[in-house]
Ligand binder design. Structure first.
Ligand code: COA
Ligand code: ZN
Length: 464
C-alpha cells in the first residue's frame, strides 16, 4: 500500500481565504496522526512567524507521522528547516521551460546546481530529503530525468512528480510515472496532483498504479486554485474500488472533514463525493424503497465506514416505504389506504415548496388519522442570536442560513453576537428543527433563543 503525505497544513493553507491558527494546526496534526497518515507536510518555516512557531511546536509532539518542512531551493530556507527540527525537508524548484525562463529567470544548469547544493546541505544535516520538480508534467522529459537524478545523487530519497497545473489525464500520467520510475535511480516517488480539471484523484490513482509509492492529499481537497487530491475520496476509492486493506481509521474521515470545513470556513457542496451532505441521502421513492430493503442497492459503501449516517428525504418524489419508515420512527400506525392519503397530501405540499420537514409529515398524519400523534404548541416567533468561531467569514454563514425554512430576517451585527435572526414557525418542534439545523452549520459556535411574546409594529432594517 502506498503512503499518504497530507499537506492540508501547507498546500491547504495556500487556499484563498484560509489561514489556520497554531492551535488549529496542532489539533489537525494530531487528528491526521491518529487517522494513520505517514507524512504531514507542515509548511514553509520562513513564510511567517506563526508558521515557524507551529513547526517548532509540532516536531516536539512525537507524532508517528514524519514531519515534512517545505522550502524553496534557497540555502537559507533549508537551514531554517534544519533548525526547526523537522524529520524531512521537501525542496522544490520548477523545471518546465516556462517556469525556468519567465518566472525563475534561471538556466537549466544553474537550477541543477541549486538543487544539488540544497539537497546535499539537508542530507549532511541528517534530514531525509524530497526534491519536487515543480511543473514536472510540463517539463522536457530528458531534463526532468537529469535534474532528478542529480538530486538523488546528492542524497534525495524521494522525488515528487508534481502536476502543478493539473493537466494530466490518468492514462497519460500512468505512462509518465512509469517511464520516470524506469529512468530514475532507485528512489521513492510521490505524486502531487492538482485538480484544475477535476482529475486529481483519478490521476493520483493512476500514478500509484504506475509505481509511485506516496500520494499527496489535503482534507476536502483544498489548495491553490481548485486544490489537489481529496484525502477522503482517495482513501475510500483505494479501499472500495481497489479493494485494498488499509491501515487508516476510515471512521474518522467525516469528523476530520467537518473540522477542516469549520476552520477554513469553506463549506462543502452537498454533492461532494464521500463526505458531502448528500452522499448518503436518498430521495426518490424507488431509491428509498431499495435502500430500506438493502442499502447496497443505492450505496457503493456504507456510511458507517466513514463515520456518518444515511438520510431518507420525504417529499413529492416519495413512495410508501419512505413515509412508512418515518411514521414507524414515531410509532404511528397507518393502514395502506391511510398511507396513500398521507402520501397524496405530502405530494401536494411538495409541489408547492422545496423542503418538507418531519413536523409537516406528522401534521399530515394527524389530520389523516384523526388523532394527535404528537402534541405540539403552534405558532412560534423567535429571535435567535448566533456567535461564530473566530476567523469565520460571517457572510458565508449568513448565506447558508438565510434561506432556511422559517427564517424571515437576518442581520449581521456588532457586539457580542455576530448574527441576529428573526424566525417565524408553526410550532416549537419546527423551531427546534431549525435551531438544530443552524447549529450544524460549520462556524456556528453557539445559539441563544428569545421566544417572542408580543409584537409591536414591524421590524425594520436591512436583511440579506
Ligand atoms: N526556489 C528558489 N526561488 C524560487 C522558487 C524556488 N523553488 N520558486 C520561486 N522562487 C523565486 C521567484 O523566482 C521569485 O524570485 P525573484 O524575487 O528573484 O523574482 C521569488 O522566489 C518569489 O517572489 P516573492 O514572493 O515576491 O519573493 P519574496 O522573497 O518576497 O518571498 C516567500 C518569498 C517564499 C517568503 C513568499 O513568497 C511566501 O511567503 N510564500 C508563501 C509560500 C509559497 O509561495 N509557497 C508555494 C509553494 S508551491
Ligand atoms: Zn501544489
Amino acid at each position: 500500500m502506498a503512503k499518504i503525505l497530507d499537506t492540508t497544513l501547507r498546500e491547504g493553507e495556500q487556499t484563498a481565504g484560509v489561514s489556520f491558527t497554531v492551535e488549529e494546526k496542532m489539533k489537525l496534526s494530531k487528528m491526521l496522526d491518529e487517522f494513520g497518515i505517514e507524512m504531514i507536510e507542515v509548511g514553509h518555516p520562513n513564510v511567517s512567524p506563526k508558521i515557524e512557531e507551529f513547526i517548532r511546536k509540532v516536531v516536539k509532539e512525537d507524532l508517528n507521522a514524519d514531519i515534512v518542512g517545505h522550502v524553496r531551493a534557497v540555502r537559507g530556507e533549508v537551514e531554517m528547516a534544519v533548525d526547526c527540527g523537522v524529520d524531512r525537508v521537501a525542496i522544490f524548484l520548477a523545471t518546465s521551460n516556462i517556469h525556468l525562463k519567465d518566472k525563475l529567470k534561471m538556466t537549466k544548469e544553474v537550477a541543477i546546481e541549486k538543487v544539488v547544493d540544497c539537497v546535499q546541505y539537508a542530507k549532511d544535516h541528517g534530514l531525509k530529503v524530497r526534491y519536487t520538480p515543480e511543473d514536472a508534467t510540463r517539463t522536457d522529459f530528458d531534463y526532468l530525468i537529469e535534474i532528478c537524478n542529480a538530486a538523488i545523487g546528492a542524497g534525495a530519497d524521494r522525488i515528487s512528480v508534481a502536476d502543478t497545473v493539473g493537466v494530466m489525464q490518468p492514462h497519460i500520467f500512468y505512462d509518465l510515472v512509469k517511464t520516470i520510475k524506469t529512468n530514475l535511480r532507485p528512489v521513492g516517488i510521490d505524486v502531487h496532483c492538482h485538480n484544475d480539471f477535476g482529475l486529481a484523484v483519478a490521476n493520483s490513482m493512476a500514478g500509484i498504479r504506475a509505481g509511485a509509492d506516496c500520494v499527496h492529499t489535503t482534507v476536502n481537497g483544498i489548495g491553490e486554485r481548485t486544490g489537489i487530491t481529496d484525502l477522503s475520496q482517495y482513501v475510500v476509492a483505494k479501499s472500495v474500488l481497489d479493494n485494498e486493506k488499509l491501515k487508516y481509521d476510515l471512521k474518522m474521515l467525516k469528523q476530520i472533514s467537518s473540522y477542516v470545513e469549520k476552520i477554513t470556513g469553506i463549506y462543502l457542496s452537498p454533492l461532494m463525493p464521500i463526505v458531502g451532505e448528500n452522499a448518503f441521502t436518498h430521495k426518490s421513492g424507488v431509491h428509498t424503497d431499495g435502500v430500506l430493503k438493502n442499502p447496497n442497492t443505492y450505496e457503493p459503501f456504507s456510511p458507517e465506514m466513514i463515520g456518518t449516517e444515511r438520510k431518507i428525504i420525504v417529499d413529492k418524489f416519495t413512495g410508501r416505504k419512505a413515509v412508512k419508515s418515518k411514521l414507524d420512527k414515531y410509532g404511528i400506525e397507518a393502514s395502506d389506504e391511510e398511507l396513500l392519503k398521507i402520501i397524496h397530501e405530502i405530494k401536494k405540499i411538495g409541489d408547492e415548496r422545496k423542503i418538507i420537514h418531519e413536523t409537516d409529515i406528522l401534521d399530515i398524519a394527524e389530520k389523516v388519522l384523526g388523532f394527535k400523534a404528537v402534541t405540539i404548541p403552534t405558532g412560534v416567533d423567535a429571535v435567535l442570536l448566533l456567535r461564530l468561531e473566530a476567523h469565520v467569514y460571517t457572510t458565508s454563514v449568513s448565506r447558508k442560513i438565510k434561506n432556511m425554512h422559517g427564517v424571515e430576517k437576518l442581520y449581521e451585527t456588532s457586539g457580542d453576537d455576530d448574527i441576529a435572526i428573526y424566525v417565524s414557525l408553526k410550532n416549537v418542534a419546527e423551531l427546534n428543527n431549525l435551531i438544530e439545523h443552524i447549529r450544524s452549520v460549520p462556524g456556528v459556535l453557539s445559539t441563544s433563543t428569545r421566544v417572542v411574546l408580543k409584537k409591536y409594529g414591524e421590524i425594520n432594517g436591512n436583511s440579506c
